[in-house]
Design a protein around this ligand. Structure first.
Ligand code: IVH
Length: 598
């Protein structure tokens, strides 16, 4: 397990200063990765642990205030891609609670601040903390006039056009009695099923796949092309507000009920609670429902219900004193690493996959998890930084598996104390697992460093790469041949019937050839009708758009967009082929022409 950090009481001021500075840098980098790049580098649990330590040191060493200034910033600076919108009321963050004690402290702080007698009641709302991205919608005379992301809390990105494509966001507020100005705030999110479908489409198109639904929601909302946002079924729950000309209720729960009346989706799991015990009971109940909600939540938010009390309580730095987020523990479990398989992708990239003794993580049985790449197994991160305090991952190790918001489970750590005697570092293959045993290479990246990715150098000789190429060729965004999916491709490949794309189009003729003993309809699982249907669907694809053909070739770096550009630029297969041959032969002019396409 991770080495325990030095107790804060044992830190000298100099050590505390050094650690504060380092923690501030790590948190800042994590904020940028998470908010600005939609590509988190830390799990939520790891981030929270850093932040807790940062805050604890800061409290113990109040003189080091200047170093601690980063704590006043929320999120990351808005990106340059979008116009900016200054929030009329800042969009704030929430403090976190991690235990029942923290919740009890929160309630006690509020009672003390308000000077309430022991028996005086205070009501709270408790509702799921949606793991998406917050959005502020401004309505004037009932009409949606702008939508802004949180950005740095003061200024966000103008995503009005994109927000208009979200079904849960009304363009006009419902009802006769709407406030002159109303800023409704809430969370944009993506449901699990829609996330999985989006990633399948992205993968088939050779585009970036998203790490989790939150990133996918953020990436979908922060699009320069609103048609892309519109094609992704984002949801929105309203739970807060910014500027309002006249409040519609005297309580938090009343305001949220009013949002529902105005036409917004509000979360059905919001409850009013009168005590710490009720808050925690509702937290437990939401936690039990978490796996079946169909969208990601990462905790429960408690808010003082009466708005006059919220006003009296006010804010501390970046968060309201009247609210707190009670976070769920990360979904982790211990299990044993029974094997490491190497998968070879279309481009030859070797990906290690952990075969695990099956274990339930957050309600889902996990038996495979990603190990990312050779460096990750050895204990190094993307930029060569040390991971897991240098612990490598070995066969037979007891490991910690995590299913955070991330859909692909990952091995995050090793219990070093349980390592078997004689366990050796994993020898990452230097040859491809296929029968050709081709050498594996690490190429240089554009910056001249060695890439993390090891590739089989066999290209079209490697059967793994050939199968993956064929699968890509028939995928939905390429030739889209019905009845010829991944399973059938592997089958035909193994039987030697389809070894390259052109074989698909001679399959019928070969099947009908006199003397053919390998008739498809004689294979198990292929009746006469299904064979006829397959031939028919292949025949409908004898002519397709040039862009699909180019994309279907599965060249590295040629996703759907590039394929469209090339198809538009060259117009015909022969012109494209001629240009490719010239570029390959080192023709500088042809290369410049190709580079100039856009
Ligand atoms: S209330 C002034 N309620 O969590 C407080 N926030 O960590 C406004 N979030 O920025 C926030 N679900 O993006 C609130 N039910 C909920 C929430 C929620 C998700 C997000 C929101 C906020 C962040 C704070």
């Amino acid at each position: 397990m991770a080495r325990a950090p030095v107790p804060i009481a044992n830190l000298s001021p100099l050590e505390a200063a050094g650690e504060l500075q380092s923690l501030a840098q790590q948190l800042q980098a994590a904020d940028v990765a998470y908010h600005a790049n939609d590509a988190p580098e830390l799990t939520d649990a790891a981030y929270d642990a850093l932040k807790q330590r940062f805050e604890a040191i800061q409290q113990a060493f109040p003189d080091l205030k200047a170093l601690a200034d980063r704590s006043a910033s929320v999120g990351a600076r808005p990106s340059e891609k979008f116009a900016k919108i200054r929030h009329r009321r800042p969009m704030l963050s929430l403090d976190n609670a991690f235990s029942e004690d923290d919740v009890a402290d929160f309630v006690q702080r509020i009672r003390n601040f308000l000077g309430l007698a022991a028996e005086a009641p205070v009501a709270f709302t408790a509702e799921p903390k949606i793991d998406g991205l917050s959005l502020s919608l401004r309505y004037e005379s009932g009409a949606l006039v702008s939508a802004a992301t949180r950005g740095d809390g003061e200024e966000g990105e103008d995503v009005t056009i994109n927000a208009r494509t979200i079904r849960d966001i009304p363009h006009h507020l419902k009802g006769a009695d709407v406030p002159a100005v109303l800023e409704v705030r809430g969370e944009v999110y993506l449901r699990h099923a829609d996330f999985a479908a989006l990633n399948a489409r992205q993968e088939a198109a050779g585009e970036k796949v998203f790490a989790n639904p939150r990133n996918a929601a953020a990436g979908s909302l922060r699009q320069l092309d609103p048609a892309i946002t519109a094609s992704r079924p984002l949801g929105f729950f309203a739970y807060a507000w910014g500027e309002v000309s006249a409040l519609m209720a005297e309580t938090q729960s009343g305001m949220v009920a009013a949002f529902a009346q105005l036409g917004f989706a509000t979360n059905p799991l919001m409850r009013r609670c009168g005590s710490v015990a009720e808050l925690v009971a509702h937290y437990r109940s939401i936690e039990l429902q978490r796996a079946s909600l169909g969208y990601d939540i990462d905790g429960v938010v408690y808010k003082v219900d009466r708005l006059d009390l919220q006003t009296r309580l006010g804010f501390v730095a970046r968060a309201p004193r009247w609210a707190i987020a009670h976070k769920f523990a990360a979904e982790q479990a211990f299990t044993v690493l029974e094997g490491i398989d190497i998968q070879v992708g279309r481009t030859g990239a070797l990906t290690p996959v952990a075969r695990l003794k099956p274990v339930t993580v957050g309600g889902v049985v996990v038996s495979n998890a990603t190990l990312h790449n050779a460096d990750y197994i050895a204990g190094f991160g993307k930029d060569g930084e040390i991971l897991r305090e240098g612990r490598d991952i070995r066969l037979g190790d007891t490991v910690i598996v995590q299913r955070a918001g991330d859909v692909i489970p990952q091995v995050v750590d090793v219990v070093i104390e349980k390592r078997l005697a004689g366990a050796e570092p994993f020898p990452f293959p230097t040859i491809c697992p296929c029968e050709l045993a081709t050498a594996v290479t690490r190429e240089e990246t554009v910056t001249g460093e060695e890439s993390k990715i090891r590739r089989c150098s066999g290209e079209f000789a490697c059967p793994h790469q050939r199968i993956e190429h064929l699968r890509h060729f028939v995928s939905r965004r390429a030739f889209d041949i019905e009845g010829l999916g991944e399973k059938q491709i592997s089958f035909f490949f193994e039987k030697g019937l389809i070894r390259e794309p052109a074989d698909i189009f001679t399959l019928e003729a070969r099947d009908a050839a006199p003397g053919n003993l390998q008739k498809l309809q004689n294979f198990e699982g292929f009746g006469g009708t299904s064979v006829a249907n397959l031939f028919a669907s292949i025949n409908t694809r004898r002519t397709i758009g040039l862009d699909r053909l180019i994309y279907g070739l599965g060249c590295r770096h040629v996703g759907e967009t590039t394929a469209k550009v090339l198809a538009r630029g060259y117009g015909s297969w022969s012109a494209f082929e001629e240009a490719c041959l010239k570029v390959a032969a080192g023709d500088v002019e042809a290369r410049a022409e190709m580079d100039a396409l856009d």
